[in-house]
Design a protein. Structure first.
Length: 109
């Protein structure tokens, strides 16, 4: 194909990331007889509407993968992270997942 352009960037937009995921999901839906891929999110919002924390995950074919677990500094150490993890574990069990995955660079996590 000559009507495509390869673009290199270090500032990926949220739209481009979502579009890339949709390309992958479109292929997967056409290739896999039973698609077992479900998004999940827990959001902590301040009364002002500001996002203060989030757990963003997906369950896929018996696994539950947490992509993002983030808390603002003011919420750390008050049980919010533990509460979000417990809720995610409960959802994973309900979805029939037999393992969970969370990768972190923080040794204290």
């Amino acid at each position: 194909m000559t009507d495509v352009t390869l673009i290199e960037t270090e500032t990926l937009s949220a739209k481009d990331a979502a579009d890339a995921l949709e390309v992958l999901r479109t292929y997967t839906r056409a290739s896999v007889p039973v698609l077992d891929n479900h998004d999940y999110a827990l959001l902590l919002r301040h009364e002002s509407g500001a996002l203060m924390g989030a757990l963003i995950a997906q369950s896929r074919w018996g696994g539950f993968e947490i992509d993002i677990l983030a808390l603002s500094q003011t919420l750390r150490g008050h049980g919010f992270g533990s509460s979000m993890m417990k809720k995610a574990e409960k959802v994973a069990r309900k979805r029939g997942c037999h393992h969970m995955r969370l990768d972190t660079y923080a040794f204290q996590a």
